[in-house]
Design a protein around this ligand. Structure first.
Ligand code: AMP
Length: 130
């Protein structure tokens, strides 16, 4: 873990990074961890977080440009690996009025795998899917 949340009161994601609570890993490298959402809103729903502690997207600075670019660039690869070959939805909730509940920056990626019943069915409109 690098430059992560080292406060006395880490978020739940900070605790995941510290190895204090279990999670279902999707991907990990030196900068990023991805894991399945504990309360999925779709058949596949995972989160990407930076290991660096950034509370919200509003707290990111130009110093974080490469890190944010890396995270977003990983999304299509991880989505494909999770079977989301027909498309997916990507959301970053930011701040109280943005619906953010965990104050460690994270990217939601979710969707469904193509199947007999769902191959041609798009995700529901945004407002009714979260
Ligand atoms: P947000 O509202 O954008 O802050 O979303 C926080 C997300 O974190 C929600 O979708 C939760 O289901 C998810 N979450 C909370 N605790 C855990 C956990 N221990 N492992 C995986 N996902 C979690």
């Amino acid at each position: 873990m690098n430059a992560s949340d080292n406060s006395d009161n880490p978020t739940i994601f900070g605790r995941i990074l510290r190895g204090e609570i279990p999670y279902k890993k999707v991907y990990e490298d030196a900068d990023v961890l991805a894991f399945h959402d504990i309360n999925p809103v779709a058949e596949v729903h995972f989160l990407l977080i930076p290991k660096k502690f950034i509370p919200t997207l509003a707290d990111a600075t130009m110093e974080d440009t490469a890190l944010l670019g890396k995270m977003l660039s990983l999304v299509p690869r991880l989505a494909k690996e999770q079977g989301l070959i027909g498309g997916f939805r990507t959301i970053i909730n930011t701040g109280k009025l943005g619906g953010q509940e965990v104050y460690h920056l994270h990217v939601h990626v979710f969707g469904r795998r193509p199947g007999v019943d769902s191959a041609n069915t798009a995700l529901a409109p945004f407002a009714s899917s979260m």
